[in-house]
Ligand binder design. Structure first.
Ligand SMILES: Nc1nc2c(c(=O)[nH]1)N[C@H]1C(S)=C(S)[C@@H](COP(=O)(O)O)O[C@H]1N2
Ligand SMILES: [Mo]
Length: 159
């Protein structure tokens, strides 16, 4: 029984057997005051079930204007119930940027899950990318905003 369970778990981990809510399904961890120490883990579906924000902008990393869609960072953090003064965002490459929460607007930045309606892979800065509507405001065309434009986002830690 134990062996069978262990084997099934191993196959699920390897992606060879579909399991209910396999750890692999989780693409983002959010931690902070009021949340479990290990944080809460979200799937793409859960992120996309939150209210979505869409804007079209050029970026310094892409060519021409594109439509970015995702959940506003503020909405995402509020959905977990955690509260703090800053969020530390970490990428798969271990890059970390700290964003003061009083500089996070209701509609910007967003954690983008779709570009022109499509999910985008790691090699195209996905599957999660913190994006600002750069074209909308000069304050978004700064090194500060660029440094907070974290692609391949892996976790958010509120403190
Ligand atoms: N995942 C990830 N996002 C990141 C970075 C990084 O190293 N990894 N660097 C940040 C910084 S400090 C800046 S200024 C811009 C740099 O973009 P560039 O390397 O295309 O100039 O991306 C930001 N987003
Ligand atoms: Mo930077």
């Amino acid at each position: 029984m134990f062996l069978r369970t262990g084997l099934t778990a191993a196959l699920v981990t390897l992606g060879l057997v579909a399991g209910p809510a396999a750890a692999d399904d989780h693409i983002l961890t959010i931690s902070g005051p009021g949340l479990p120490a290990a944080g809460v883990h979200l799937t793409m579906d859960e992120i996309e079930a939150l209210p979505q924000t869409t804007f079209t902008t050029k970026t310094v990393w892409t060519e021409g204007p594109h439509e970015f869609k995702g959940v506003a960072l503020k909405t995402l953090l509020e959905s977990t119930g955690t509260k703090g003064t800053a969020v530390k965002a970490r990428a798969l490459n271990a890059y970390v940027a700290t964003i003061p929460l009083d500089e996070v607007a209701a509609d910007a930045p967003i954690v983008a899950t779709r570009i022109d309606g499509e999910h985008f892979p790691r090699r195209e800065k996905g599957p999660l990318w913190i994006v600002y509507p750069y074209d909308r405001d000069a304050s978004y065309q700064t090194e500060t905003a660029y440094g907070r434009s974290i692609w391949q986002l892996e976790s958010l830690h509120v403190e």
